[in-house]
Ligand binder design. Structure first.
Ligand SMILES: [Zn+2]
Ligand SMILES: [Zn+2]
Length: 264
């Protein structure tokens, strides 16, 4: 019954900057692909990704959705919890290059399971769920309408390992929902960095320094950078710095989940 959901979707490489297809053709194909998936989803009853109960046309059932660790009162800049939604001490003392972060949930059970299934078990239909979670969170936070969406770029090596860039899949779903152009050319990761997870937190900013390049003219644009999980924020801060150096006026991070200090 899940044949339509399990069918591998075209990957970022095929539709995006590395491929031979023009952006126009890619976006036309993308919208055809999305309508087909949406139609298939409506036609087939779903099972909740978390509890396997019947969930109508939803990927996660209403009951499981209610139980997720949604973030509420958070620092608008880095999305870590603060007592009444004020800017946190860390962001006041040492403001990052990005202006704000929309994070839907804490990176904790069972959101970690959903993201794992998305990233490592090829459950690409979860990109749609991730996009919805981000947009739901965005309604409750200060956010400006971006001129462009950009997925946090993976290095070529990482991209090859994973076949697809999941951030690009979420960004594509977001772009289709809010009608904002997804920028796939002109931003790239120029240096593969050791996995951040292997490093102490204090070394992560140094590890990603100079990791990105941007050839696109971002002058005066508000950009939303899409990723699945924000851990320390060091990588997103470095990417925001690159976008600002290319002229971006404002950079917002749009992520599904935020690692909390207690989980580190
Ligand atoms: Zn459920
Ligand atoms: Zn903060």
């Amino acid at each position: 019954m899940h044949a339509a959901r399990q069918k591998p979707l075209e990957c970022a490489k095929f539709l995006g900057g590395d491929g031979g297809l023009s952006n126009f053709l890619a976006s036309a194909l993308d919208s055809v692909r999305r309508s087909a998936i949406d139609a298939a989803r409506r036609a087939l009853p779903q099972r909740c990704e978390l509890c396997a109960a019947s969930s109508g046309d939803c990927i996660v059932c209403a009951e499981c959705l209610r139980e997720l660790p949604w973030l509420k009162e958070v620092c608008p800049v880095c999305s870590l919890p603060t007592s009444s939604g004020e800017v946190c001490g860390q962001c006041l003392a040492d403001p990052p290059a990005f202006d704000s972060t929309i994070a839907a949930c804490a990176y904790a059970f069972p959101v970690d399971r959903l993201i794992h299934a998305f990233k490592y078990q090829g459950r690409l239909a979860l990109a749609e769920w991730c996009a919805d979670a981000i947009l739901a969170a965005r309604k409750t936070r200060p956010s400006v309408r971006p001129a462009r969406l950009v997925a946090l770029p993976l290095s070529r090596e990482r991209q090859r390992e994973r076949a697809c860039n999941q951030a690009a899949e979420i960004a594509r779903a977001l772009g289709a929902r809010i009608g904002v152009e997804l920028l796939t050319d002109g931003v790239r990761r120029i240096r593969a960095t050791p996995p951040q997870a292997a490093l102490p937190w204090t070394e992560r900013a140094r590890n990603v320094r100079g990791a990105f390049a941007c050839d696109a003219d971002m002058s005066g644009l508000a950009i939303a950078v899409v990723d699945d999980v924000m851990t320390t924020g060091a990588t997103l801060a470095e990417f925001a710095k690159t976008l600002k150096a290319a002229g971006a006026l404002r950079v917002e991070n749009w992520v599904v989940a935020r690692t909390l200090p207690s989980e580190r």
